[in-house]
Design a protein around this ligand. Sequence first.
Ligand SMILES: NC(=O)c1ccc[n+]([C@@H]2O[C@H](COP(=O)([O-])OP(=O)(O)OC[C@H]3O[C@@H](n4cnc5c(N)ncnc54)[C@H](O)[C@@H]3O)[C@@H](O)[C@H]2O)c1
Length: 275
Amino acid sequence: MKIKENLSERLFDVSEEIVIITGVCGQLGNAYAEAFLNSGSQVVGIDMKASTSSANLSESYPDHFIFIEADVTNRASLQESLVSIKDNFGAPSVLINNAAIDSPPNSSNEDNTAYENYPEDSWYKVIDVNLKGVHLCCQIFGGAMAESKRGSIINVASTYGVVSPDQNLYDYRRKRGEIFYKPVAYSASKSGILNLTRYLAVYWAKQNVRVNTLTIAGVFNHQEQEFLDAYCERIPIGRMANTDDYHAAVLFLASNASRYMTGSNLVIDGGWTAI
Ligand SMILES: NC(=O)c1ccc[n+]([C@@H]2O[C@H](COP(=O)([O-])OP(=O)(O)OC[C@H]3O[C@@H](n4cnc5c(N)ncnc54)[C@H](O)[C@@H]3O)[C@@H](O)[C@H]2O)c1
Protein backbone atom coordinates (compact mmCIF):
# COMPACT_ATOMS: atom_id res chain seq x y z
CA MET A 1 0.00 0.00 0.00
CA LYS A 2 1.29 3.47 -0.89
CA ILE A 3 1.57 5.83 2.07
CA LYS A 4 0.01 9.18 1.07
CA GLU A 5 1.56 11.22 3.84
CA ASN A 6 3.81 10.54 6.74
CA LEU A 7 1.51 11.26 9.69
CA SER A 8 4.21 11.09 12.34
CA GLU A 9 6.42 13.53 10.43
CA ARG A 10 3.55 15.99 10.07
CA LEU A 11 2.46 15.71 13.72
CA PHE A 12 5.96 16.08 15.15
CA ASP A 13 7.15 18.74 12.70
CA VAL A 14 9.08 21.46 14.58
CA SER A 15 10.89 22.91 11.57
CA GLU A 16 8.96 26.20 11.84
CA GLU A 17 9.55 26.60 15.56
CA ILE A 18 11.74 29.17 17.27
CA VAL A 19 12.81 27.35 20.41
CA ILE A 20 14.32 28.92 23.54
CA ILE A 21 16.23 26.53 25.80
CA THR A 22 17.48 27.83 29.14
CA GLY A 23 20.48 26.12 30.72
CA VAL A 24 21.68 25.14 27.24
CA CYS A 25 25.25 24.55 28.42
CA GLY A 26 24.17 21.81 30.79
CA GLN A 27 23.95 18.09 30.12
CA LEU A 28 20.29 18.01 29.04
CA GLY A 29 19.99 21.54 27.61
CA ASN A 30 22.71 20.74 25.12
CA ALA A 31 21.03 17.46 24.14
CA TYR A 32 17.64 19.18 23.68
CA ALA A 33 19.29 21.83 21.48
CA GLU A 34 20.79 19.12 19.24
CA ALA A 35 17.42 17.36 19.01
CA PHE A 36 15.63 20.52 17.82
CA LEU A 37 18.46 21.59 15.51
CA ASN A 38 18.42 18.15 13.90
CA SER A 39 14.69 18.61 13.39
CA GLY A 40 15.11 21.92 11.57
CA SER A 41 14.12 24.38 14.35
CA GLN A 42 15.78 27.70 15.05
CA VAL A 43 17.22 27.42 18.55
CA VAL A 44 18.14 30.10 21.07
CA GLY A 45 20.33 28.78 23.87
CA ILE A 46 20.43 30.75 27.10
CA ASP A 47 22.89 30.26 29.93
CA MET A 48 25.02 32.22 32.41
CA LYS A 49 28.15 31.86 30.26
CA ALA A 50 28.98 30.32 26.90
CA SER A 51 30.72 26.93 27.02
CA THR A 52 32.54 24.64 24.63
CA SER A 53 29.25 22.85 23.96
CA SER A 54 27.38 26.06 23.07
CA ALA A 55 30.34 27.20 20.91
CA ASN A 56 30.16 23.85 19.07
CA LEU A 57 26.46 24.37 18.39
CA SER A 58 27.11 27.90 17.07
CA GLU A 59 29.80 26.51 14.79
CA SER A 60 27.80 23.51 13.56
CA TYR A 61 24.49 25.34 13.02
CA PRO A 62 25.47 28.96 12.21
CA ASP A 63 22.07 29.84 10.66
CA HIS A 64 19.93 28.00 13.19
CA PHE A 65 21.52 28.50 16.59
CA ILE A 66 22.34 31.56 18.66
CA PHE A 67 23.68 31.65 22.18
CA ILE A 68 22.60 34.43 24.54
CA GLU A 69 24.31 35.02 27.84
CA ALA A 70 21.59 35.72 30.38
CA ASP A 71 20.66 34.97 33.96
CA VAL A 72 17.13 33.58 34.30
CA THR A 73 16.74 35.32 37.66
CA ASN A 74 17.37 38.73 36.11
CA ARG A 75 14.35 40.32 34.43
CA ALA A 76 16.37 42.97 32.54
CA SER A 77 18.70 40.37 31.05
CA LEU A 78 15.69 38.33 29.84
CA GLN A 79 14.03 41.39 28.34
CA GLU A 80 17.24 42.19 26.43
CA SER A 81 17.34 38.54 25.29
CA LEU A 82 13.83 38.80 23.88
CA VAL A 83 14.82 41.82 21.77
CA SER A 84 17.80 39.92 20.42
CA ILE A 85 15.70 36.79 19.69
CA LYS A 86 13.12 38.83 17.76
CA ASP A 87 15.90 40.57 15.77
CA ASN A 88 17.60 37.28 14.91
CA PHE A 89 14.76 34.83 14.38
CA GLY A 90 11.37 36.45 15.16
CA ALA A 91 8.83 35.76 17.90
CA PRO A 92 9.64 32.68 19.99
CA SER A 93 7.18 29.78 19.77
CA VAL A 94 8.65 27.20 22.17
CA LEU A 95 10.23 27.74 25.58
CA ILE A 96 11.97 24.98 27.50
CA ASN A 97 12.56 26.09 31.08
CA ASN A 98 15.42 23.71 31.71
CA ALA A 99 17.95 25.81 33.72
CA ALA A 100 18.13 24.80 37.37
CA ILE A 101 20.55 24.24 40.22
CA ASP A 102 20.82 21.14 42.36
CA SER A 103 23.25 19.36 44.66
CA PRO A 104 24.46 16.35 42.68
CA PRO A 105 25.22 13.08 44.51
CA ASN A 106 28.96 13.73 44.42
CA SER A 107 28.70 17.19 46.02
CA SER A 108 29.99 17.57 49.53
CA ASN A 109 28.91 20.85 50.98
CA GLU A 110 26.71 22.19 53.72
CA ASP A 111 23.69 21.99 51.37
CA ASN A 112 23.63 18.24 51.95
CA THR A 113 23.48 18.46 55.70
CA ALA A 114 20.52 17.28 57.81
CA TYR A 115 17.23 19.05 57.08
CA GLU A 116 17.25 20.65 60.54
CA ASN A 117 20.43 22.55 59.62
CA TYR A 118 19.70 23.32 55.95
CA PRO A 119 20.99 26.88 55.37
CA GLU A 120 18.46 29.62 54.65
CA ASP A 121 20.75 31.11 51.98
CA SER A 122 20.74 27.84 50.06
CA TRP A 123 16.96 27.73 50.20
CA TYR A 124 16.71 31.20 48.62
CA LYS A 125 19.38 30.47 46.00
CA VAL A 126 17.65 27.33 44.75
CA ILE A 127 14.13 28.79 44.82
CA ASP A 128 15.43 31.88 43.01
CA VAL A 129 16.80 29.97 40.02
CA ASN A 130 14.45 26.97 39.91
CA LEU A 131 11.16 28.72 40.56
CA LYS A 132 11.50 32.49 40.13
CA GLY A 133 13.71 31.91 37.06
CA VAL A 134 11.00 29.79 35.43
CA HIS A 135 8.35 32.35 36.36
CA LEU A 136 10.36 35.24 34.84
CA CYS A 137 11.07 33.31 31.62
CA CYS A 138 7.36 32.51 31.35
CA GLN A 139 6.43 36.15 31.99
CA ILE A 140 8.81 37.53 29.38
CA PHE A 141 9.05 34.86 26.68
CA GLY A 142 5.61 33.36 27.36
CA GLY A 143 4.16 36.88 27.35
CA ALA A 144 5.58 37.37 23.85
CA MET A 145 4.01 34.05 22.77
CA ALA A 146 0.64 35.13 24.17
CA GLU A 147 0.93 38.34 22.13
CA SER A 148 1.58 36.36 18.95
CA LYS A 149 -1.09 33.80 19.95
CA ARG A 150 1.17 30.81 19.43
CA GLY A 151 3.37 28.86 21.78
CA SER A 152 4.27 25.84 23.81
CA ILE A 153 6.07 26.08 27.15
CA ILE A 154 7.79 23.06 28.68
CA ASN A 155 8.68 23.45 32.34
CA VAL A 156 11.19 20.84 33.42
CA ALA A 157 10.57 19.28 36.83
CA SER A 158 11.86 16.15 38.49
CA THR A 159 10.64 12.97 40.13
CA TYR A 160 11.77 14.72 43.32
CA GLY A 161 9.04 17.30 42.72
CA VAL A 162 6.38 14.58 42.59
CA VAL A 163 7.60 12.28 45.36
CA SER A 164 10.17 12.74 48.09
CA PRO A 165 13.79 11.87 47.36
CA ASP A 166 14.53 8.38 48.65
CA GLN A 167 17.13 9.23 51.32
CA ASN A 168 18.06 5.51 51.51
CA LEU A 169 19.94 6.02 48.22
CA TYR A 170 22.59 7.90 50.16
CA ASP A 171 23.04 5.32 52.93
CA TYR A 172 26.38 4.39 51.38
CA ARG A 173 27.64 7.90 52.13
CA ARG A 174 26.35 7.91 55.69
CA LYS A 175 28.02 4.52 56.21
CA ARG A 176 31.28 6.26 55.25
CA GLY A 177 30.67 8.69 58.10
CA GLU A 178 29.48 11.60 55.97
CA ILE A 179 26.34 13.59 56.69
CA PHE A 180 24.46 13.45 53.40
CA TYR A 181 20.81 14.08 52.63
CA LYS A 182 19.28 15.17 49.34
CA PRO A 183 18.32 18.76 50.21
CA VAL A 184 14.77 20.06 50.51
CA ALA A 185 14.82 23.19 48.33
CA TYR A 186 15.24 21.31 45.06
CA SER A 187 12.15 19.17 45.77
CA ALA A 188 10.11 22.17 46.92
CA SER A 189 11.11 24.19 43.84
CA LYS A 190 10.32 21.36 41.42
CA SER A 191 6.91 20.69 42.92
CA GLY A 192 6.22 24.43 42.63
CA ILE A 193 6.71 24.03 38.88
CA LEU A 194 3.69 21.73 38.69
CA ASN A 195 1.20 24.36 39.76
CA LEU A 196 2.95 27.27 38.05
CA THR A 197 2.38 25.19 34.91
CA ARG A 198 -1.31 24.62 35.64
CA TYR A 199 -1.86 28.29 36.49
CA LEU A 200 -0.35 29.47 33.20
CA ALA A 201 -2.01 26.74 31.15
CA VAL A 202 -5.40 28.05 32.23
CA TYR A 203 -4.36 31.71 32.05
CA TRP A 204 -3.05 31.48 28.47
CA ALA A 205 -5.37 28.80 27.06
CA LYS A 206 -7.34 31.32 24.95
CA GLN A 207 -4.09 32.87 23.65
CA ASN A 208 -3.12 29.52 22.15
CA VAL A 209 -0.13 29.12 24.46
CA ARG A 210 0.07 25.64 25.93
CA VAL A 211 2.02 25.04 29.12
CA ASN A 212 3.08 21.60 30.35
CA THR A 213 5.47 20.11 32.85
CA LEU A 214 8.00 17.47 31.87
CA THR A 215 8.95 15.38 34.90
CA ILE A 216 12.13 13.38 34.47
CA ALA A 217 14.32 11.04 36.48
CA GLY A 218 18.08 10.89 37.02
CA VAL A 219 20.42 10.93 34.03
CA PHE A 220 23.62 8.92 33.85
CA ASN A 221 26.59 11.24 34.19
CA HIS A 222 29.43 9.04 35.46
CA GLN A 223 28.17 9.15 39.06
CA GLU A 224 30.09 7.10 41.61
CA GLN A 225 29.43 3.36 41.45
CA GLU A 226 27.78 3.09 44.90
CA PHE A 227 25.24 5.69 43.86
CA LEU A 228 24.61 4.00 40.51
CA ASP A 229 24.08 0.64 42.23
CA ALA A 230 21.61 2.11 44.73
CA TYR A 231 19.75 4.10 42.05
CA CYS A 232 19.48 1.23 39.57
CA GLU A 233 18.23 -1.15 42.23
CA ARG A 234 15.48 1.36 43.12
CA ILE A 235 14.30 2.14 39.58
CA PRO A 236 11.97 -0.41 37.89
CA ILE A 237 13.60 -0.09 34.44
CA GLY A 238 16.92 -0.81 36.16
CA ARG A 239 19.07 1.97 34.74
CA MET A 240 19.49 5.73 34.84
CA ALA A 241 18.24 7.70 31.83
CA ASN A 242 20.44 8.58 28.91
CA THR A 243 20.20 12.16 27.68
CA ASP A 244 18.38 11.09 24.51
CA ASP A 245 15.65 9.26 26.48
CA TYR A 246 13.84 12.61 26.77
CA HIS A 247 14.11 13.74 23.13
CA ALA A 248 10.77 12.30 22.06
CA ALA A 249 9.07 13.97 25.03
CA VAL A 250 10.34 17.47 24.26
CA LEU A 251 9.55 17.11 20.55
CA PHE A 252 6.06 15.85 21.43
CA LEU A 253 5.35 18.70 23.85
CA ALA A 254 6.74 21.32 21.46
CA SER A 255 4.87 20.10 18.40
CA ASN A 256 1.34 19.78 17.10
CA ALA A 257 1.33 16.18 18.29
CA SER A 258 0.41 17.48 21.76
CA ARG A 259 -1.98 20.21 20.53
CA TYR A 260 -4.82 19.16 22.91
CA MET A 261 -2.52 18.92 25.94
CA THR A 262 -2.07 21.76 28.39
CA GLY A 263 -1.61 22.00 32.17
CA SER A 264 -0.42 18.39 32.24
CA ASN A 265 2.56 16.68 33.72
CA LEU A 266 4.31 14.24 31.39
CA VAL A 267 6.27 11.82 33.58
CA ILE A 268 9.19 9.96 31.98
CA ASP A 269 10.98 8.31 34.87
CA GLY A 270 11.71 4.63 34.21
CA GLY A 271 8.90 3.81 36.63
CA TRP A 272 10.41 5.66 39.63
CA THR A 273 7.09 7.24 40.74
CA ALA A 274 5.10 4.06 40.03
CA ILE A 275 6.34 2.45 43.23
N1 LIG B 1 20.23 15.44 35.20
C1 LIG B 1 19.35 14.81 35.97
O1 LIG B 1 19.62 13.73 36.50
C2 LIG B 1 17.99 15.43 36.18
C3 LIG B 1 17.01 14.69 36.84
C4 LIG B 1 15.75 15.27 37.03
C5 LIG B 1 15.52 16.57 36.58
N2 LIG B 1 16.51 17.25 35.97
C6 LIG B 1 16.23 18.62 35.52
O2 LIG B 1 16.62 18.76 34.17
C7 LIG B 1 17.11 20.09 33.96
C8 LIG B 1 18.51 20.05 33.36
O3 LIG B 1 19.34 19.29 34.19
P1 LIG B 1 20.90 19.06 33.85
O4 LIG B 1 21.29 17.83 34.55
O5 LIG B 1 21.14 19.22 32.40
O6 LIG B 1 21.55 20.27 34.66
P2 LIG B 1 23.00 20.91 34.46
O7 LIG B 1 23.45 21.32 35.81
O8 LIG B 1 23.87 20.04 33.65
O9 LIG B 1 22.65 22.20 33.61
C9 LIG B 1 21.93 23.29 34.13
C10 LIG B 1 22.35 24.53 33.37
O10 LIG B 1 21.58 25.64 33.89
C11 LIG B 1 22.43 26.75 33.92
N3 LIG B 1 21.97 27.74 34.89
C12 LIG B 1 21.99 27.64 36.25
N4 LIG B 1 21.55 28.78 36.79
C13 LIG B 1 21.25 29.61 35.76
C14 LIG B 1 20.76 30.94 35.70
N5 LIG B 1 20.50 31.66 36.81
N6 LIG B 1 20.53 31.49 34.47
C15 LIG B 1 20.81 30.78 33.34
N7 LIG B 1 21.28 29.53 33.35
C16 LIG B 1 21.50 28.95 34.55
C17 LIG B 1 23.80 26.17 34.34
O11 LIG B 1 24.85 27.08 33.99
C18 LIG B 1 23.83 24.88 33.54
O12 LIG B 1 24.44 25.02 32.28
C19 LIG B 1 17.04 20.79 35.31
O13 LIG B 1 15.84 21.51 35.41
C20 LIG B 1 17.05 19.64 36.28
O14 LIG B 1 16.46 19.96 37.51
C21 LIG B 1 17.73 16.73 35.75
